[in-house]
Design a protein around this ligand. Structure first.
Ligand SMILES: [Zn+2]
Ligand SMILES: [Zn+2]
Length: 146
C-alpha cells in the first residue's frame, strides 16, 4: 500500500457518504496507517490535538464508510484498524479475552487457500457468493497467563 493511495481511497469512501475528508479524520487515518489495532486512548496518545468526543464520532463515521474496522465490540476493549481492503494486508487476530490485547497474525498461504475452499463450499451450499473472511481467535495472552 502507498500512503497517498490510502488517503485517496478514504476520501472517495467518505465522499460516497456525502462526507468530507477533514483534517481530524486524516489525522486518525495517519495514525492507523502505521499501527496495529489501537484503542481510542492509544490513538489519542499518539495525536494529542485530537479531542476524545470528536475522535470517537469520527471513528464511527470511518467505520460506516468502510475505512476503519472495529475489531472488538466490547466497549471497554474496542480496537480499531484500517480495513484490509485499503491496506491490502490480509491477516487474522489473536484476541485476549482477559485484557483485550489484539495481535495481528498471518496464516501460511496454503492454509488461507484451504480456508477459502472450505468456506466457499459452505457458502455455496447455503446459496451465498463468497466474499472475504474475517477470522479471529480468542484466548488468553502470554501476559495474562503468567
Ligand atoms: Zn491479556
Ligand atoms: Zn485469512
Amino acid at each position: 500500500m502507498t500512503v497517498p493511495s490510502v488517503h485517496d481511497d478514504v476520501s472517495a469512501r467518505l465522499a460516497h457518504l456525502g462526507q468530507s475528508y477533514t483534517a481530524n479524520r486524516r489525522a486518525i487515518v495517519d495514525v492507523l496507517i502505521g499501527a496495529g489495532p489501537l484503542t481510542l486512548p492509544e490513538l489519542l496518545d499518539r495525536r494529542h490535538e485530537l479531542a476524545q468526543s470528536s475522535a470517537y464520532r469520527n471513528l464511527a463515521l470511518l467505520a460506516d464508510a468502510g475505512v476503519v474496522r472495529k475489531i472488538i465490540h466490547d466497549s471497554d476493549h474496542a480496537r480499531y484498524e484500517l480495513d484490509e481492503d485499503l491496506t491490502g494486508h490480509h491477516h487474522h487476530h489473536l484476541v485476549c479475552s482477559n485484557c483485550g490485547t489484539v495481535v495481528d497474525v498471518e496464516l501460511p498461504g496454503d492454509v488461507e487457500r484451504l480456508l477459502d475452499r472450505s468456506l466457499a463450499a459452505i457458502a455455496t451450499a447455503a446459496g451465498f457468493a463468497l466474499g472475504r473472511h474475517d477470522l479471529d481467535v480468542h484466548g488468553t495472552c502470554a501476559t495474562c497467563r503468567a
